[in-house]
Ligand binder design. Structure first.
Ligand code: AMP
Ligand code: MG
Length: 413
């Protein structure tokens, strides 16, 4: 008998199959910077100015000309004026004098160096310099950080706190970004009830649509919420058609397995085409990916843990590819020591919810965050990473090294 995991494709193969046919969206919109948070740059951004815009002081101290120092080692110098940030020194600068200068103030013309205040002594109305002075010291040159015309951002970068203030510093007030992706989402299942209604016997609350909406919003997508769809081929068909009409990507949850009320895969086949629908991954074995006439389709499993894990590992890279992003925001993999034994059977990649921390000896340790059943969402609430257990690996003993993938901001906050 064939093992039940044969014929299942790996996560890497699935990612290749998902990404290959995608063409990134091209439509652009121009937005004011304050409205651009979370959006993706549509083109490179070049600087219209030099940063800093003018030569200025890196210290509070005195601007000087080396020729004035050469007069004598023991020279004391009169202070001929002041340069403050935003208030340049004006007027003549007599020979044998220095100019008091503050951090960020424009350099008076002819300045060779700035000596910091701590390396000077007051001698009445004069100062004496108490350390060696090197030409150019404590001076920030115009354009030293960014030159006019230099690219400061590339296309496909997310505009967050690390990038938007930089654009402000360049005087840029508008930016060209990609249009938002429109993503339609619906849950399937006769047992599902929206939060806020009392549960009848056999019913449960719809967790998945809420979780997916949250993640889509974080990824900057426009969400078309089609609600809960009954396990009924006609209603499912209507939802598929409506979603396909409205969105770039359609995401459903539930009904994608081999049970009696599982119609999702067949509907994808009827209305479009199925690229794959079985993954050698736990959780997430049933995950249908394919094409509808106007949109891409992802059929996520019904168990909430599986729905979130497959969204994180498959849908997130898909959406970032559609947005032409170089980086899908996932964190680098790390090695950690298993603080306790972890159960696993060979055959599928296992993405367990784990909690990592540094122990008192500074060693990165990880342990599973509670029960790993696909229906146990509480394990997510206790976790800060995935424990990535390779497909052919069996159980892990305490003390063995495992790979972990810290959660990114999609799950973290
Ligand atoms: P299914 O894939 O439709 O067979 O669903 C698998 C399991 O996930 C079943 O126990 C469902 O009741 C449960 N489930 C399906 N959809 C949801 C949902 N939206 N929220 C919470 N649980 C769900
Ligand atoms: Mg179902």
């Amino acid at each position: 008998m064939e093992p039940f995991t044969s014929g299942l494709i790996s996560l890497d193969e699935a990612l290749t199959l998902i990404r290959q046919p995608l063409t990134p969206v091209r439509d652009k919109v121009s937005l004011a910077l304050e409205d651009a948070s979370g959006r993706i740059t549509a083109e490179a951004v070049t600087s219209p100015v030099n940063v800093p815009p003018f030569d200025n002081s890196a210290m509070d101290g005195y601007a000087l000309r080396l020729a004035d120092l050469a007069l004598s080692k023991e020279v004391t110098l009169a202070v001929a004026g002041k340069a403050l940030a935003g208030v340049p020194f004006q007027g003549d600068w007599p020979a044998g004098t220095v100019i008091r200068i503050m951090t960020g103030a424009p350099l008076p013309e002819g300045t060779d160096a700035v000596v910091m205040q701590e390396q000077t002594e007051k001698v009445g109305e004069h100062i004496r310099i108490t350390a060696d002075v090197v030409a150019g010291q404590n001076i920030r040159r115009a354009g030293e950080d960014i030159r006019i015309g230099e690219a400061v951002l590339q296309a496909g970068e997310r505009l967050g706190v690390a990038r938007l203030p930089l654009l402000t510093s360049l005087g840029i007030s508008e930016i060209t970004v990609l249009r938002r992706l429109r993503v339609a989402v619906f849950s399937t299942g006769d047992e599902l009830v929206p939060v806020g209604q009392p549960l009848q016997e056999g019913q449960i609350y719809d967790t998945n649509r809420f979780a997916i909406r949250l993640m889509l919003t974080k990824l900057g997508c426009e969400v078309v919420d089609l609600g809960i769809i009954a396990d009924d081929p006609q209603q499912l068909r209507t939802a598929f058609e409506e979603a396909n009409r409205q969105a770039d990507v359609v995401i459903s949850t539930g009904g994608v397995s081999v049970g009696e009320a599982d119609y999702t895969r067949d509907m994808l086949e009827t209305l479009g085409s199925v690229t794959f629908w079985k993954l050698a991954m736990k959780p997430g074995k049933p995950f249908a990916f394919g094409r509808l006439s106007e949109s891409w389709f992802c059929g996520l499993p019904g168990n909430p843990v599986s729905a979130v894990v497959t969204f994180y590992h498959l849908v997130q890279p898909m959406l970032t590819t559609l947005l032409g992003m170089k980086d899908d925001g996932r964190r680098p993999l790390l090695s950690a020591v298993a603080a306790q034994a972890i159960k696993k059977s060979p055959g599928r990649l296992d993405l367990q919810r784990g909690h990592y921390h540094y122990n008192n000896d500074g060693i990165l340790q990880v342990k599973p965050a509670g029960h790993q059943g696909s229906h146990v969402f509480s394990s997510f609430a206790k976790a800060n990473c995935f424990i990535v257990l390779e497909r052919e690996r069996g159980s892990v003993q305490a003390g063995e090294t495992v790979t972990i993938e810290p959660f990114n901001t999609l799950l973290e906050d």
